[in-house]
Design a protein. Sequence first.
Length: 267
Amino acid sequence: MIFRTLFFIFIFVPVLIVVIPVQFVITRLGLFWNVPTMFFHRVGCIFLGLRVHTIGEPLHGRPTLLLSNHISWTDIIAIGSVADVTFVAKTGVKNTFFVGFMASLQRTLYVDYNRRQDARRTSAEMAKRLGKNGAVLLFAEGHRDLGTHVQPFRSALVGAAQAAMAEGGAADVAIQPVTIAYTHLQGLPVSRNERSGISGMNARGFRAVVTNLLTSGVKDVTIAFGAPIPLDAHADRKAVTKLAEVQVRRMLVALNRHEDKLPAVAG
């Protein structure tokens, strides 16, 4: 706790003072530079005690929709430290104190899954990013889980992105499965009882979530980038989404079991 307090005062706060104004100006000019955001996420990993390990690598230079499982608020910090992606989040994140402001600075897209019209608006924005060879990451389960298994992936936004590809200028999009797993806590394998604390699902209210993040031990996080799945205008969105879900589930099981070889990892 002493280390995090000193780190916050002498490193994290100065980084915020520099990065926030720079990124604010960049976004207001309609531009985007990934260096400040990735640097912020890497500093955030140190502050939160996240040791990030990667297996495989994210695709570069082509339209990519990454589908990931979701365990904790810290997923965004961990993934953002190693991959240049635009996140898709629920509208509730936008209204969360400070978190919503920081998310907007990295051009996060917001969606209300309960409103079909809102999903169409989000898909149109996704298509614009994809049309510029960008990468968009979607937590495809639609909610967080403890990290012991993977819930069924939602195919709605995959289909919406597929329908809007022509409008955005991206004729062929790669779907890349991404698995995030919290494997160790304070150097020891994570137990089932500890997963609730890591996910933050046992915390009630924003203050409790923050306290949980700041007082928890050092966590080893593994992010595995799976083999890409092609998506074109004629592909079956439900079948493609299911393939990604199966890949993520298999990789999560392997990571939780600490297996050396993972199935279908991108090289």
